[in-house]
Design a protein around this ligand. Structure first.
Ligand code: PLP
Length: 417
């Protein structure tokens, strides 16, 4: 069999629909400045699908510093990996400020959160070590675990009873191999929006002996009294041994960081292959992140505004009888009944007739027969946006209940690949 023939005949779970939705359901082009109002295929839309939680993407001070830093350094500097030639005083300053913000001894920057997480896991573990992790962990955690050749135990999402039975197994194995135990979960789970039960997990720490790694991609900047994240929200900052945050969401940038004890950051710095063998973050992004972090620290009103919008949207949807699951964070899923055919018609109706742009998730990410529309409220939204959206969703649900999404096939909006 020719390899190219095999690959092009089997596009995988996402690629199988490529021809039906490219440029519309997949790879849509949102145009205009990043905000609550943008353009899709030339038409204005109210956007609910960007993780620009604090509205920093277009904050005037952020835009200014990004521009000034680009003018001064260009996008190339510093060249090379951190270890070889890509070090700068700004990278180090950002690390110190992030560590202080997270109340940890040290931090290290990661050029992408995804790659960073893969290498954090890879660097911490050898074949004697045992991992216990939440079943709904992000792809970066699962892909990091693919590199782990020792034992692993998964527990059903946030199920503490099953967690305990798995950690018991892990303890037994680790005692036999002489290895350590790493528990991995998330702060905010990015699809359902519920929080990892960090506090609950930590109750077992003394009894079973493990280290806890938390991916707080969606919690960093949005959760906790100062925005330090879900560990702060649950008052367990010290119990979380390794904290991971990305700049791709509340910071509206690119890059990420890991924070922990100094000896661990030192070990990671010299072992994370995705960082040792890849280019350092560009200077404008690092200097821009210093400004973003400063705004998070000094402008709590951005987070307060975010939460006003979150509360209005989530309360409003609940009052109208929508099922928004167990979210405890800004991430707002709206669950409806139907399959891919209804889901795509709903999305098209929202975009074409109501000017509302949100994302949808269907099987296999959620169970068969469930449609999840995912809304991301931000500080850039208004209460009027919330009201318009709840009205539109009520209309759409009515049409769904009346069987009006009857096209019988996925609507064809595809651009040519
Ligand atoms: C839970 C979680 N972890 C990690 C990442 C990866 O972060 P980055 O975009 O910085 O690679 C994401 C972002 O998609 C995420 O949602």
């Amino acid at each position: 069999m020719d390899l190219f023939e095999k690959v092009s005949n089997n596009m995988g779970p996402l690629g199988q629909f490529a021809d039906q939705g490219f440029g519309y359901f997949y790879f849509p082009k949102l145009e205009g400045a990043i905000s609550n109002r943008m353009y899709f295929r030339g038409k204005p839309v109210l956007v609910w699908s960007l993780n620009n939680y604090l509205g920093l993407a277009n904050h005037p001070e952020v835009r200014k510093i990004d521009t000034e830093a680009s003018e001064e350094f260009g996008l190339a500097a510093p060249m090379g990996a951190r270890m070889m030639s890509g070090q700068s005083k700004y990278h180090q300053q950002l690390e110190q400020e992030l560590a202080a913000f997270e109340n940890k001894e040290a931090a290290y920057l990661l050029n992408f959160g995804y790659m960073g997480m893969v290498s954090i896991i890879d660097s911490l573990l050898d074949r004697h070590d045992v991992v216990v992790y939440d079943s709904e962990s992000h792809a970066c955690i699962l892909d990091g675990l693919r590199l782990h050749i020792g034992k692993r135990f998964v527990f059903p999402h946030n199920d503490l009873d099953r967690f305990e039975s798995q950690i018991k197994h892990a303890r037994k194995v680790a005692d036999e191999t002489g290895g350590g135990i790493l528990v991995i979960t998330e702060g905010v789970f990015g699809m359902p929006g519920d929080l990892g039960n960090l506090k609950g997990i930590l109750q077992f720490k003394d009894k079973y002996g493990f280290r806890l790694l938390v991916d707080d991609a969606h919690g960093f900047g949005t959760m906790g009294s100062t925005g330090a994240g879900t560990s702060q929200e649950q008052q367990v900052m010290d119990g979380v041994d390794i904290y991971f945050g990305t700049f791709a969401k509340a910071m509206a940038g690119i890059g990420a960081f890991v924070a922990s004890e100094k000896r661990i950051i030192k070990a990671l710095t010299f072992n994370m292959r995705s960082q040792i063998f890849a280019k350092s973050l560009p200077m404008p992004m690092v200097i821009g992140s210093l400004k973003r972090l400063d705004l998070i620290r000094t402008h709590p009103e951005l987070r307060e505004k975010l939460w006003v919008i979150v509360k209005a949207l989530q309360t409003g949807l609940r009052e109208k009888g929508f099922n928004i699951g167990k979210t405890q964070s800004p991430v707002t899923p709206v669950f409806l009944q139907g399959g891919a055919i209804e889901a795509t018609q709903i999305i098209a109706d929202l975009r074409e007739n109501y000017g509302i742009f949100c994302s949808m998730v269907i099987y296999p990410v959620v169970p068969k027969g469930i449609i999840m529309l995912r809304l991301i409220p931000t500080a850039a939204h208004t209460l009027e946006d919330v009201a318009i959206t709840i009205d539109a969703f009520s209309d759409v649900r009515k049409k769904l209940d009346e069987g009006k999404y009857t096209l019988g096939r996925i609507p064809d909006f595809a651009d040519k690949f």
